[in-house]
Design a protein around this ligand. Sequence first.
Ligand SMILES: [Fe+2]
Length: 209
Amino acid sequence: MAKTDNHQRRTSSTVSAQPRLHQNAREIQSFGTVTYLLPLDLEEPVRLEVTAQLNQVLADTMTLRDLYKKSHWQTAGPTFYQLHLLFDKHYGEQAELVDSIAERIQLVGGLSIAMAHDVAETTRIDRPPRGREEVPVQLSRLLDAHQVIIREVREFARLSDELGDAGTNDLLVSDVLRTNELQVWFLSEHLVNVPLVVAKESPEKAGAA
Ligand SMILES: [Fe+2]
């Protein structure tokens, strides 16, 4: 037996405190597949379809999550403090959704996308500039992103219901949709143009004076 073979055999079988660095091997599951032996009473084609839908929602939710952090850091002006806090609160809620969606995909036997490159290639949300934008533009951009998610979640919720996947339907409606709807309300109220200090006089009163 060659000397190198002996060395490899000794290092692979000997108990040692030496860390085994730089290991590599083939993937054990390819992206876009589902494992097939799961006692979930959900057929493989259903789990494949649901996994694809959820990965789209996942990519968009990860993008919205990061858009909130960008907005949290870059916001400016008289409403800086309240928006700085609100954006971070919404960031945290979106981060929780990301984990719930990703783990639902794994639970049904699929693979969640995870890395920024894959998210960027998959998301339907428009890419924002790197630079800083005004508050109304930040808010509009966030609302547009919410709209993308809300639209697809309504459609995917209907489909998952038809496919008989009540768990995914519940996640999409009770968690993703409800959270996004609530966040839309909180953002939208900041785009209502009301006076801050002095109320605008009504036309009748102004005419009588
Ligand atoms: Fe912060």
